[in-house]
Design a protein around this ligand. Structure first.
Ligand code: UDX
Length: 469
């Protein structure tokens, strides 16, 4: 049986909160610290703050027992041996990661160190951040042998965060000291030795006693780079398939067939080859910019990353043109928008391409009636209701009398729409699908003009004949 470790997690955002409850689920005793008193009070009261599978049940199970929430980082530092730093690293104007929160946390930890501590970077940070944290702590008078810095990047995705945390593809531990690396191995023992997966009530996922996650030990700097390089590579894969989808459109080929043909090569793999309206979210856009900036500062030519960003932003403009090509003019058109979150299964709208597109359509003089199963509250605080911007309570309300319906987020619910009902509700049966959720032939059979990404557009025969006259 693995020993329980006293763990502090600083920051209660996506990464921090999920890490805190998952460490508790693994058997550890956790203090989750946030300097936002209202957030701490909400968490103590049982509010999960974010829309995430399994989070409510885990929070309910461990709240105020194995996971305590507080604002006092000093107390957490004194109580715990492992301190995971999961505070925000927002993008600054130059594209760099703004590390002021990390620095503030490091100084505060330094003021309360009362014995050997391991400080672990969990947020995505540029290479060399561990060195800076070390310097900050030493400058505050802490002797070098009283602490170690470790990089243990988190690879969780929103929507499947708990499952990703407990069933990781790999656990990366970047440490330059044996003692620190041993503590991290101990923390992850319930996963790496499979004790967790043998539990009858374990959260299900890809790992099992027969398929245990690997703990990869690296230097601290390598671990920092692994996180940035992984996200940049995934974004590159998406931009690559988006560029290929544009070529498919020009050549009248089908990108779904091309992606399948590519993905069957085990060296390429099928994942992250879904074309669409571009990647968004709190990680990819920020991390690619930060990685590009780090490379620049270190005198390394990594212009490939600028191309990845350029393709991503062009993808939204291409979608706008596609809608224009279906409607001829945009001013005064009523558009039903399905999806505002940056991807399905989350209420997060940070850097959402759907939100960018809604803003572009509003600027073109369209009326937008939007629906999203989870992100409407957040969207409304970014784009308030007006005569031009309306929020619907469901798909039917959004679709009523629409000149076209746009699918912008890959929610499961949008992949099984009642097409007969939709056809009867809309003013014109035109669907522009930014996520390729439907088979074009099926849409023709249901009487829709259907445009998607990287596939030949589909127009019902009667409409095609009329347009040809
Ligand atoms: C990502 C990484 O996957 C995760 O490892 C990291 O820790 C944080 O960033 P997340 O932002 O939650 O996770 O979302 P992800 O599922 O990776 O999708 C990111 C964006 O790419 C979304 O906008 C999604 O719609 C888009 N995407 C993803 C595509 O357009 N095509 C794909 O094939 C995959």
């Amino acid at each position: 049986m693995a020993e329980a470790v006293q763990i502090a997690v600083v920051g209660s955002g996506y990464v921090g909160l999920v890490a805190a409850v998952c460490f508790a689920e693994m058997g550890h005793s956790v203090i989750c610290v946030d300097n936002d008193e209202s957030k701490v009070a909400a968490l103590q009261g049982g509010d999960t703050l974010i829309h995430e599978n399994h989070l409510p049940e885990l929070l309910e199970r461990y709240r105020n027992t194995r996971v305590r929430f507080m604002t006092d980082l000093g107390e957490a530092t004194r109580t715990c041996q492992a301190i995971f730093v999961a505070v925000g690293t927002p993008q600054s104007e130059t594209g760099d990661a703004d590390l002021s929160y990390v620095e503030a946390v490091a100084s505060e930890i330094a003021r309360s160190i009362n014995g050997y501590k391991v400080i672990i970077e969990k947020s995505t940070v540029p290479v060399y951040t561990n060195e800076w944290i070390r310097r900050v702590i030493e400058r505050n008078g802490v002797p070098r042998d009283a602490f170690d810095i470790v990089s243990n990047p988190e690879f969780l995705r929103e929507g499947t965060a708990v499952e990703d945390f407990l069933h990781p593809d790999r656990i990366v531990v970047g440490a330059d000291s044996e003692r620190a690396s041993e503590l991290l191995s101990e923390i992850y023992l319930p996963l790496t030795q499979g004790e967790y997966y043998r539990r009858p009530n374990a959260i299900p996922g890809g790992c099992s006693p027969e398929n245990l996650p690997i703990l990869l030990q690296t230097s601290t700097k390598s671990a920092e780079i692994i996180k940035h390089a992984s996200n940049a590579f995934l974004a590159l894969k998406i931009s690559f398939i988006n560029a290929v989808s544009n070529l498919c459109e020009a050549a009248d080929a089908n990108v779904e067939q091309v992606a399948r043909g590519m993905g069957l090569d085990s060296r390429i793999g099928p994942k992250f080859l879904r074309p669409g309206i571009g990647y968004g979210g709190s990680c990819f856009p920020k991390d690619i910019a930060a990685f590009r900036s780090v490379a620049e500062q270190m005198g390394v030519d990594f212009n490939l990353l600028s191309e990845v960003e350029k393709i991503n932003s062009n993808q939204k403009k291409r979608f706008l043109s596609k809608v224009r090509s279906a409607l001829w003019t945009l001013r005064g058109k009523r558009l039903a928008v399905l999806g505002l979150a940056f991807k399905g299964d989350t209420d997060d709208i940070r850097e959402s391409p759907a939100i960018d597109l809604v803003e572009m359509f509003l600027a073109e003089g369209c009326t937008v009636v939007a629906y999203d199963p989870a992100a409407m509250g957040r969207a409304e605080s970014k784009i308030p209701r007006s005569s031009q911007m309306q929020y619907a309570s469901g798909v039917d309300e959004a679709a009523a009398d629409a000149d076209a319906l746009l699918i912008l987020t890959d929610w499961q619910e949008f992949a099984s729409l009642d097409l007969v009902q939709l056809h009867s509700l809309m003013r014109y049966p035109i669907i522009v699908d930014g996520r390729n959720l439907y088979d074009p032939q099926h849409m023709i059979e249901n009487g829709f003009t259907y445009l998607s990404i990287g596939r030949p557009s589909a127009t019902p025969l009667r409409e095609a004949a009329r347009l040809a006259v």
